[in-house]
Design a binder for this molecule. Structure first.
Ligand SMILES: Cc1cc2nc3c(=O)[nH]c(=O)nc-3n(C[C@H](O)[C@H](O)[C@H](O)COP(=O)(O)O)c2cc1C
Length: 256
């Protein structure tokens, strides 16, 4: 696999200005997002839920293959089952709305095809970009029956990697789950920040029965439970304590 597609600087002719941002407002959203465990009964407006869901889709994602799905469970019967699958946590039981966030390891092929169709119907898309979705994407993300192609790739990557810089993952079905979950988790953060920006609160929950949730949504083996996110207005008792973060030196390493 040549590295030119990654290292080459291209000018496609496309221009998009960086918009001015009131940064303090953004940091207010960021700082005021807390995991809320008890919600008021106040409803979330339909249009706001739609904006929150659309925000998920704006997240950066691997190869733009959008390996995710978001299920807004409005149906009352299903919502009750979902609350139960979330171990009846108050963060779910008191929430006006619940979104199940799913990572997909089985949609990259059709999504690559769609990217290719979009590129083919547009003008001036470089061949390298089309080639990426036509040739490199199948090579990078196929793992083959029983993960056998992944095993071959693992060996090839190991040998090539002795002398050359190579992208090493994903070379197994387990790594595909990580691959899809990374992008989906970024979308989850978009959901929570969008909720806050619209005056609502949220709680991410992985304390849940993933099998029951998948059964509830009729999902198969290519769908992987990432988290449920509750959305609503915080009750005054909804935040259990001050936000605790450890010393930044523990996590932030600056290499000079
Ligand atoms: C992937 C993930 C799973 C989580 N699962 C739960 C959960 O099941 N129940 C819950 O009450 N909080 C859950 N949380 C919330 C965390 O406990 C919370 O983010 C953390 O304590 C920090 O608090 P803060 O979000 O208010 O900053 C989860 C958070 C993440 C990111």
């Amino acid at each position: 696999m040549g590295n030119d597609i990654f290292s080459e600087v291209k000018d496609t002719g496309y221009r998009e200005e960086a918009q001015e941002i009131i940064s303090e407002e953004f940091f207010k959203v960021l700082r005021s997002r807390r995991s809320v465990r008890v919600f008021k009964d106040d409803p979330v407006k339909e249009e706001d839920m739609q904006k929150i869901l659309d925000a998920a889709l704006l997240a950066p994602n691997s190869s733009n293959l959008q390996p995710w799905e978001f299920y807004w469970v409005k149906n009352e019967t299903k919502k009750k089952e979902l609350v139960s699958a979330c171990l009846s946590q108050p963060a779910a039981a008191t929430a006006p709305e619940l979104i199940v966030c799913i990572a997909r390891t089985d949609t990259w092929r059709e999504n690559a095809k769609q990217m290719l169709e979009i590129f083919n119907s547009a003008e001036g898309v470089p061949d390298a970009a089309k080639n990426y979705y036509e040739k490199l994407v199948p090579l990078a993300y196929s793992q083959g029956p029983f993960g056998l192609f992944g095993l071959i790739k693992r060996l090839a990557v190991f040998i090539t990697g002795l002398k050359k810089v190579v992208p090493r993952e994903p070379v197994s079905n387990a790594q595909m789950i990580t691959w899809a979950s990374k992008s989906t988790a970024l979308a989850c953060e978009n959901i929570m920040l969008a909720a806050r920006a619209l005056g609502y609160d949220s709680c991410p929950m992985e304390g849940a029965d993933s099998k029951r949730i998948k059964d509830l949504l009729h999902l198969g083996s290519g769908a992987h439970f990432v988290m449920v996110i509750s959305i609503g207005k915080r009750s005054e008792k909804g935040i259990y304590g001050e936000q605790i973060r450890f010393d930044r030196k523990k996590f932030i390493k600056i290499l000079e």
